[in-house]
Design a binder for this molecule. Structure first.
Ligand code: AFP
Length: 322
C-alpha cells in the first residue's frame, strides 16, 4: 500500500500542492483522534454561540475550525482561507499560491449521537494581482478547483481525494498516523436503486422533485418498475461516501420553508468539492438548471440546490424538470 505523497507524485501533482494537502491532513488526524476519544475528549457539547449561518456551534465545530485555520495559515503556500465558521475570508501570506475553503466539521448534529461526521475542503489557485485580504479571490467557479477532498470520521477514518486525475480513497492507518491508498480510481455505478433526501421536507419541495420522488416510492408497481431504497445520514460526507462506494442519488433540493433561504447546502465548501469528487468518479453533480461547478459564485457562504450521484439516475431526476 502506498502513502499519500508518493501516490500524488505518481499523478504528477506539484510538490507545493502535495505539501499543502499534507498540511490539511495533519489537522484531520488530530480531529480523528479527538472524535475517536468521544466524550473523553471533552469537546462534544454545544457552545452558546451562533456561527455566520445562524446555527448553534458545537465545541467540536469551533475546535476543528481553529485547528484548520491555524495549521493552513501557517503554511507559506496559503494566501487565504474561508470556512463555514468564519464570517469572511481570513488572510494568509501575500505570496501564497493557493486559497482553501473548508467545512471543518460537516454533520454537526451527528456529533452527540456518535454517528458519521467529516471535514470537506477545496483548493484553488489564488488569482494574480489580488490582496490576501480580498474575499473576492474566492469568487471562482468550481471548475477552477485544483484539489478537493473529504475526510469521513467513521469506524475507520477515510479520505476521498481528487486532484483532477480520478477520485481515490485513502484510509488512516492509526498505528503510524499515515493515510494509505486503499482504492484508486473509484467509479460510481451509472445506475442505482438507492436515493438520499430528507423526506420530512417533502411538502415544501417544488413539484418536479415531488413527482420524481413519488415515482421512486411507487417501486415495482410504478413507472420505474423497480423498488428503491432510501438512506439519509444528515451529514453530506456520509451520504456522498456511500454513493461513491456503491452508487445512489443524493439531493438537497430547493424548498419553500423559508422564502429567503430556498437552498440548504453551501456552494464553496460543500457542493463544489463534492461535485469535483463525484464527477472525477464518473457521476454527475447538478442543480435543476445546470452543472454546479460552473456556477459563478457571488458570496463565500452562498447556498445552492444539489442533485448528485449515479449518472443515469441524476439524468432521470432532471428529466422531471423539463
Ligand atoms: P451541519 O454541518 O451544519 O450539521 O449540516 C450538515 C448538512 O449541511 C449536510 O452535511 C447534510 O446533508 C445536511 O446539512 C442535512 O440537513 P438536514 O438536517 O436538513 O437533513
Amino acid at each position: 500500500m502506498q502513502r499519500i505523497a508518493p501516490a500524488l507524485r505518481e499523478d504528477n501533482v506539484p510538490l507545493d500542492l502535495i505539501s499543502l494537502i499534507k498540511t490539511i491532513l495533519a489537522a484531520t488526524k488530530e480531529i480523528s483522534f479527538r472524535v475517536g476519544q468521544g466524550q473523553l475528549s471533552g469537546v462534544l457539547g454545544s457552545t452558546l454561540d451562533e456561527n455566520i449561518q445562524g446555527e448553534i456551534q458545537k465545541q467540536l465545530d469551533v475546535v476543528s475550525n481553529q485547528l484548520f485555520k491555524d495549521i493552513t495559515l501557517e503554511s507559506g503556500f496559503v494566501k487565504a482561507i474561508s470556512s463555514e465558521e468564519e464570517e469572511t475570508s481570513v488572510a494568509g501570506h501575500e505570496t501564497g499560491k493557493y486559497i482553501v475553503s473548508f467545512d471543518p466539521l460537516d454533520g454537526s448534529s451527528n456529533i452527540e449521537i456518535n454517528s458519521l461526521i467529516g471535514t470537506i475542503f477545496s483548493i484553488m489557485e489564488a488569482p494574480e494581482g489580488m490582496k490576501a485580504a480580498d474575499p473576492d479571490m474566492f469568487k471562482q467557479p468550481g471548475t477552477k478547483q485544483v484539489c478537493a477532498g473529504y475526510v469521513l470520521y467513521g469506524p475507520s477514518t477515510v479520505l476521498a481525494l481528487t486532484t483532477g486525475k480520478g477520485t481515490h480513497f485513502y484510509t488512516l492507518d492509526k498505528t503510524h498516523g499515515s493515510y494509505m491508498l486503499t482504492e484508486r480510481n473509484v467509479k460510481i455505478p451509472e445506475d442505482t436503486a438507492e436515493f438520499a433526501i430528507n423526506m420530512s421536507n417533502q411538502r415544501s419541495w417544488q413539484q418536479p422533485m415531488k413527482n420524481y420522488i413519488a415515482d421512486l416510492l411507487l417501486g415495482k408497481e410504478g413507472p420505474r418498475e423497480k423498488n428503491f431504497n432510501m438512506r439519509w445520514i444528515a451529514a453530506m460526507v456520509g451520504d456522498v461516501h456511500r454513493l461513491l462506494v456503491r452508487g445512489g442519488i443524493f439531493t438537497y433540493p430547493s424548498d419553500n420553508r423559508d422564502p429567503n433561504k430556498p437552498y440548504k447546502l453551501r456552494l464553496m465548501y460543500e457542493a463544489n468539492p463534492m461535485s469535483f469528487l463525484v464527477e472525477q468518479a464518473g457521476g454527475l453533480s447538478v442543480t435543476s438548471t445546470g452543472r454546479i461547478m460552473e456556477i459563478e459564485p457571488t458570496d463565500i457562504h452562498q447556498r445552492v440546490e444539489v442533485i448528485l450521484g449515479s449518472k443515469n439516475e441524476v439524468e432521470k431526476c432532471l428529466s422531471y424538470y423539463k
